[in-house]
Design a protein. Sequence first.
Length: 221
Amino acid sequence: MSARIAASVLSADLGRLRDQVEQAVAGGAEWIHVDVMDGHFVPNLTFGAPLIRALRRMTDRPLDVHLMVRKPEHYIAEFAEAGATGFTFHPEATIHVQRQLAAVREQGMRAGLALNPASPISLIEEVVPDLDLVLVMSVNPGYGGQSYLPAATDKIRRIRALLDSRRSGAALAVDGGINLDTISEAWGAGADTFVAGTAVFGAADPAAAVRDLRRRCAVRV
Ligand code: DX5
Ligand code: ZN
């Protein structure tokens, strides 16, 4: 298995978004990660369906949408229609988590749950069969450019064991502070998907940055 890079457009230069996305894809970024923030679940405010729709016209790569919003259920149908491939939300943001995961799949999207640094793994334990992706937050969400919290590594290891013990094929992604220094640690712990914003779009050459990140994951340590 090789590492999958999900390039996060939160750190892209939006004035030349198409160009930036093309560069990341040229370097081997498999997914494009879209951070949706509502100013309530997290303090920051970012993108919605119009950006997903625009990205859908720019690339055929999967659009991995991460909702840091209250009541994510309000956006399931709209984001599916806009062309989202994956729909990942935080379990604390809604009451009927299983119902929403099922609704996401019914709309033809991959269903994901994201865990904040303080959120326990027990929040996903009862819904493992409903998951196509688990997103481990290695920073407190809201902003790009933060540092990887080392405690994420052991959490990745424990979630890997949980998914394997349930024979789940869900992707195990890590989001926040992923760079050349931190990616191998997360890869070694069992993550297969790496969200990277600053490390890709903050680099002079995003294609080379993606290639370098993937190279760090050549062998499991
Ligand atoms: C953080 C977002 C991340 C962000 C990561 O709230 O969920 O997806 O883009 O940015 P970097 O890679 O800069 O830590
Ligand atoms: Zn994200």
